[in-house]
Design a protein around this ligand. Structure first.
Ligand code: NCD
Length: 316
């Protein structure tokens, strides 16, 4: 009796399925998750009851609309339940100075999996060290956003039919934008892709990423309009105001690349425009009616992809 009471999940040593960054995603796992997501989209009832009796905690220390809602919707659609801290920075004991390790250690005792968004690079990896349940990163500061990159791949494949031999322009704040950083890494795994990194000189993608983009051709430029005519995918991003040292520094970059209906005339007919959203002026709403504007379809795809991720991490 005593033994049963004192046995903790940590002692069972089952390998946990963490997803803390794009490096955890090998080719086989990407394929599995994209296929599973497509299955859920095609036959939504196939999700019924898959995670019945499982409990997910969504712990967000930074604002979110799409990521948290789509994870929570995904968990509900799989038949599971959700505990949510949507304002953990202020409303959890982090406000009293508790470490992320201690918080995750404790929440691990209440939930079967944790989706974590945190402002510090590496927070998801640290959380995984402290956790006794799977940790899924929903973004770690200007680090990575692995499930966004997965839904971006899903969208590209659905819209254009392939993930290789594409010319993809990533535009905007590539220094701080975690979605572009994660997507660049994942696209470099597929053959024949070309990446055009479009940013002002001060917002270039860091070498921790550009130094590991083996196998793809990479071009760096500040010329937004001039890059557009040769692209298959334009991946537009927001200047990440919250990562700048001062409002003045941000103001210097605000509005640097704005996609208007006028600029859209330069984009090939077969190409698509993506954006992880939220947008704050870098895509004119007049562009929304253009069939090449894929960003709202992209946001919707997050549901299927996050269902696949939760199913992989939590199904027994
Ligand atoms: C992004 C993020 O949080 O990194 N949003 C999202 O998850 N779709 C992009 C952004 O905030 O600019």
């Amino acid at each position: 009796m005593r033994d049963t009471l004192t046995a903790s999940p940590a002692q069972t040593k089952v390998p946990l399925r963490h997803l803390t960054g794009p490096r955890a995603l090998d080719g086989a796992l990407i394929e599995h998750l994209l296929e599973r997501a497509a299955g859920f989209e095609l036959v939504p009832e196939s999700a019924d009851g898959r995670l019945q009796g499982r409990l997910l905690a969504t712990v967000f220390y930074e604002p979110s609309t799409r990521t948290r809602f789509s994870f929570e919707a995904a968990m509900h659609r799989l038949g599971g339940r959700v505990l949510s801290a949507e304002n953990a920075a202020r409303a959890s004991s982090a406000a009293k100075g508790e470490s992320i390790e201690d918080a995750i250690h404790v929440i691990s005792g209440y939930a079967d999996g944790i989706v974590l968004r945190h402002p510090e690079v590496g927070a998801a990896d640290r959380a995984a060290q402290a956790a006794q349940v799977p940790i899924i990163s929903a973004g770690d500061g200007p680090g990575h956003h692995p499930t966004q990159a997965l839904l971006d791949l899903y969208t590209i494949r659905k819209e254009l039919g392939r993930l290789d031999h594409l010319r993809v322009g990533l535009a905007g704040d590539l220094r701080n934008g975690r979605t572009a950083r994660s997507l660049a890494l994942l696209l470099s795994r597929f053959s024949g892709n070309q990446l055009v990194l479009i940013s002002p000189p001060g917002l270039r993608m860091n070498e921790d990423i550009t130094g590991s983009l083996e196998g793809v051709r990479v071009e760096e430029t500040g010329d937004f309009a001039g890059s557009i005519p040769s692209l298959d995918v334009l991946y537009q991003t927001r200047i990440q105001a919250e990562r700048f040292e001062s409002p003045e520094e941000y103001e210097g970059y605000r509005g640097v690349y704005v996609l208007t209906a006028e600029v859209m005339r330069r984009l090939p007919e077969h190409a698509i425009v993506m954006h992880p959203l939220p947008r704050v002026g870098e895509i004119d709403p007049l562009v929304d009616a253009d069939p090449r504007a894929a960003y709202f379809r992209q946001a919707r795809n997050g549901l299927w992809v996050r269902m696949a991720v939760l199913d992989w991490a939590l199904a027994r």
